[in-house]
Ligand binder design. Sequence first.
Ligand code: MN
Length: 415
Amino acid sequence: MTALKPSWVASANSADTPFPLNNLPYGVFSTDGTSPRCGVAIGDLVLDLAAMEGDGLLDCNGALQTGSWNAFMAQGKDAWARLRAQLTAMLAEGSADQSRLTGYLVPLAQAKLHMPISVTEYTDFYAGRNHAFNVGSMFRGPENALPPNWLHIPIGYNGRASSVVVSGTPVVRPNGQIKGANEDVPRFGPSQRFDLELEMGAIVGQPSSGQITVAEAFDNIFGYVLLNDWSARDIQAWEYQPLGPFQAKATATTISPWIVTAAALEPFRTSTPEREKPLLDYLAEPGPMLYDIALEVAIAPAGKGETIISRTNYREMYYSAAQQLAHHTTSGCPMRVGDLLGSGTISGPTKESRGSLLELSWGGKEPLTLNTGETRTFIEDGDTLTLRGVAKGDGYQIGFGDCAGQLVAARPLRT
Ligand code: MN
């Protein structure tokens, strides 16, 4: 386990900052009246990389002037390593660059954060063993919980890039077509079982055409974000057969604002859990490709304090993002820079570590009691859901920034 890398930015040296020098996560920010621009978080500050490149202190061929990280990602691994090495040296304790960098630092508290990438495509997987078992148990009983393909294929569906939003964006309760178990005909109305899904998102930083191996897929992943796959369970239950989720998952997907690079997460690599059935060779992991990242979910009713409703870890996933990406390409499906892959809901083995309200309230049958004394089965209007993640090092930690969204009331029905 590596130790804290000391920086001349004092706030980056505390054991509980999410953004020590070891992290250097990339985001897009603006301050009053300025256009969104590329930056890196360090302690409680943002370093304005766009301005630094504009003044000739960095050279990424203009990629940092674009208000998104896509152009930089497209430059490839050597460029990724070069910028990280440069920033690490410039921000390190004792660096000769301290005096000329001070003017490029902005307090995080004054920065508005934007989407860090332009999402070109979005795919969401279903690769958490405990989540698949819990959901399957509710619908089909524990004997038939896992579909027969589940231990062989990372199951996924093609989602909507257009609905991916950055943390802090309000989410409007969807209207949809719903048919209750005891109803003869469907009706159109607001979802009454609106839910979150605690996931990690992997960002593809290099294009591919044709099949790539798991090792190549690992190399093509630029970094990771927290991801909330908001899900309307009642809409989903009626629409999902036979082609899978559609409108139930198309309202919004929230991501955390900072891309934590694969390079920053390198010390936290861990293997996927033991295989219950051997995988086909093309899906075998050539090394540890999952990460040890502690995760939590908090819910806060409007204007009230929050309650942590789940604590789990990314290492619970049965398939890594590299395995998912490799599988995604077997058909010849081209992948593009800015492709976003949702991991699937990350539920641990215990009740307290379930990553959705569907599981936490067991289909709405077991309401949770919050610190405020209120109870919840699914999300109420005004509730804010926040995901947090942290990889814990020796005297430091790598954080992602909150992945939060408040649910607002449904829009009037249009007929
Ligand atoms: Mn999902």
